[in-house]
Design a protein around this ligand. Sequence first.
Ligand code: ASP
Ligand code: MG
Length: 440
Amino acid sequence: MKIMKFGGTSVGKPERMRQVSQLITKDTEPKIVVLSALSGTTNALVEIGNFISSGEREKAKEQIEKLEAHYQSFISDLVKGEKALAKAKAIVAEHFEFLTIILRISFSEALNKDILAQGELLSTKLFSVFLEENGIDHMLLPALEFMSIDSHDEPQINSIKNKLGQQLQQHKDKSLFITQGYICRNARGEVDNLKRGGSDYSASLIAAAINATVCEIWTDIDGMHNNDPRVVKKTVAIEQLSFEEAAELAYFGAKILHPASIWPAQFYKVPVKLLNTMQPEAKGTLITEEAGSVGVKAVAAKDGIIAINIKSSRMLLAYGFLRKIFEVFEKYRTPIDMITTSEVAVSVTIDSAVDLKAILKELEPFGTVEVEDNLTIVSIVGNELVQTRDVMSKLFDALTSIPIRMVSYGGSKHNISLLIPFAHKIETLQLLNKGLFGLE
Ligand code: ASP
Ligand code: MG
């Protein structure tokens, strides 16, 4: 059984949805199809929630009406017959009625999660009506009945396995299942979600839970590229990556795959394929345990980085110093991305300023603390980089004009990270495209 996940743009227009139906019926392998909300919907729902929470109900109402009109025109193009159209209309009416009722209820975080869930519920139900109209036998699997997270927002893989397994067992005669990405239930049993972009994570969790043959992630780009196509003219798709390499890339800005979606597939050894709905014949990127080849494969960048430098002569020959510093970050549940140390100083980077003030206050007793923000981590990812000849010399030769603030090398065999001012990001990516890949 395989998993095919389609993102918002892949289902965002009626003709795209029709194309998805072709892609999922190309072969007879049993499959679970995971859908995102139509592109733009989750953003609109976020806005609706924000308006309601700030008491701007009129604006929320306007946004709801606008979104409903969008769905009305979407379905009138999607389905042909009167019966199917009536069904689709009833679905749209049901979900927008729900949103309208919410306008009258006092706002809560739980209610907001209900609002956010409407997108995936709509896309899957409408797709199901379309499939039915076209005589494509399938079964709608409600994600809220098997996808769950615990009180730390971590997916409960064993429970997902059991519940999904039971559902599939009950419908042994079916070979095509459609379900929602992103949405789940939390430890209190309320509707919740796997955070923005979480449909990839859903797909990977489902793939892990049923030990799928492959987890295909269909988007609008032909795989992970060696560099950021938005700022570099010539980029190429990477054919194969190891899970480790993909994890580094997904975290460091390659927006195509949600970073958390790597671990379930990796742990349960399910290969992941990144494919392009607009160009289904393109090879895409295959992510497996094996890296496929040695050497540098890609560079990626992550913005909004803050560096904190703690300098203290007490660190000289002391032990336990780093632990105390790390404990401060742990207390505020703030992950550290990069670290460099010297005998008397340590620099770390974080990507969230939420608790920065409190963190700095607690670090003060340890020494002189300096902060620099508006930085970017540029990450060079590949296989066995440490053993690859010339990587470091090529890197520094290419970047003579860039004021590099920190370098992290050797922590992983797959990654070299550089910290640079955000203002130099585009130039850095362009210089590396030439220096490391020979591409302009
Ligand atoms: N619809 C959700 C979002 O836009 C989840 C997803 O598409 O992955 O974030
Ligand atoms: Mg996505």
